[in-house]
Design a protein around this ligand. Structure first.
Ligand SMILES: [Zn+2]
Ligand SMILES: [Zn+2]
Ligand SMILES: [Zn+2]
Length: 232
């Protein structure tokens, strides 16, 4: 007897009798778990399968079957909902950005940015010395490795910023950023704001304020880029 997988996307035909024998209560094609009584009910609605359905129900009664999860990842309702244990999109991307920041080689601070389009990450960047240059944490940037107070001698710094690297990384791979959203662990500086505007990014979501970033945020807004702070 064959029934359909209950996954709305899959709907492949399953051989229930075979599945019951092996107690494989999952669709072999999409991995979707299915409820045996449900399967029996669906099968009993098919006139030609009625005798086999009775046989299945009796097997179901004796088999100690595990219950499937109440919602399935693939169901449209489950996809739309955000439960307390399931992060929303802003939190999802911001948490990923914080992991990307761990790759930073700068001794001063660790910053990262993601560029996202249609809920897909199309570029990432973290701060550090340019490609082919000794890493900041190996002495590559004299300014970062000096005792320059925070926010001073910035023009001497050799480290590229996380946002800058997310944008130049996209250029390196030939990826267009027009219409995308940038998630950043820190609010962008003035130089990064100019790059964000001219790369066609239309929204910036940042986690923490960067000192002296008011001018950058003002410029972004003036250029029509939506800016908002999101704290995880
Ligand atoms: Zn550095
Ligand atoms: Zn530096
Ligand atoms: Zn910057």
């Amino acid at each position: 007897m064959r029934i359909r997988c209950p996954n709305l996307k899959c709907r492949s035909l399953l051989d229930v009798a075979e599945a019951m024998k092996g107690k494989e209560l999952a669709c072999p094609r999409c991995g979707c778990p299915f409820h045996a009584p449900e399967a029996a009910e669906e099968a009993s609605n098919t006139a030609s399968a009625a005798p086999a359905a009775e046989s299945l129900q009796s097997q179901t009664a004796v088999a100690d079957l595990p219950q499937p999860a109440p919602t399935r990842e693939e169901s449209p309702a489950a996809t739309a909902a955000t439960s307390p244990s399931r992060p929303g999109w802003d939190e999802y991307f911001m948490r990923i950005a914080s992991v990307v920041a761990l790759r930073s080689n700068c001794v001063k601070r660790k910053v990262a940015a993601l560029v996202v389009k249609d809920r897909r990450i199309i570029s990432t960047g973290y701060n550090g010395t340019p490609r082919g240059v000794r890493n900041c944490n190996e002495g590559g940037c004299p300014r970062c490795n000096s005792h320059a107070p925070s926010g001073t001698r910035l023009e001497e710094c050799l480290c590229s910023h996380g946002e800058e690297n997310a944008i130049t990384q996209a250029a390196y791979h030939g990826t267009r950023l027009q219409g995308a959203t940038l998630y950043s662990t820190d609010a962008p500086c003035l130089l990064c704001a100019k790059m964000i505007i001219n790369s066609g990014i239309v929204e910036v979501v940042y986690h923490q304020d960067y000192p002296m970033n008011e001018g950058a945020l003002k410029l972004l807004r003036e250029a029509g880029v939506a800016v908002r702070q999101f704290q995880v």
